[in-house]
Design a protein around this ligand. Sequence first.
Ligand code: SAM
Length: 283
Amino acid sequence: MTRWIDETLHAHLRCTLEASKVLFEQQTDYQNLIIFENDHFGRVMMLDGVVQLTESDEFIYHEMMAHVGMLSLGNARRILIIGGGDGGVMREVLRYGQVERVVMCELDKTVVEASLEFLPSISQGAFDDPRVELKIGDGVAYVAECKEKFDLVIVDSTEPIGPATPLFGDSFFENCNRILNQPGVLIAQNGLPFMHPEHLSGTAQRLKRIFADSACFLCTQPTYFGGPFALVFASNDLNLRTEQKTQIEPRYNKAGLETRYYNPATHKAAFVLPNYVKRIWQS
Ligand code: SAM
């Protein structure tokens, strides 16, 4: 029996998705998790009434979350993913032969278990890769106690309105900076600047204080309703974003990636911001 499920992220906008079949629904220890089938978008995961991914367009977000950092660095071997329990970002970083170790710190084991059972097309076996270590726990605590160093830290969290809120705070970003190698890159999702400009402006102020270089880049994610989706880039190497412009293409070609959204041109273009986003970033 068809059910209509509201996305409740925005105060004055509701989007409703048709669920032709609910595959999984549970109030976990941390959030409400539902996975359902939609005739247009394929299988959909929502957490606390917010679309996390759909089978139809997840490639956009997961490719941009992974390859902008990987190809800006060129030789990242040790990667930390905070959140990302569906395995999509991890799938993308594991495509590089030089990657030696991927640690995922995901708060909610039910997200991993339900994703493996009902959304196997997202992780595509990534959790079984011998290079992967899955830790179930809070990403804030993990980075605070972490003694390891990583080349790339990717924060694939939910919005800053629930258990992910401290993942947008000063001490979290300071600890991410501490555990990054030099050169090293932090990539984080930062929501919909047209709908929630305060999410991006808050992160911008923190990253500018903590890192030598930081920037916003955008992708268009059809099921993140409310305009372009912001991701952020931060590093302590001022040249990383500029120097590598010429090296992204040969690296991409050498990696032999078959991508559906990411390419060197979309990588560079993603950092070109419309004025309203530029103003939010500079506010
Ligand atoms: N693509 C989605 C987006 O951009 O909103 C994110 C998908 S992923 C499923 C988000 C994950 O972040 C969830 O599995 C959630 O459990 C996890 N998460 C939230 N807060 C966390 C925390 N403090 N530490 C680790 N993982 C966290």
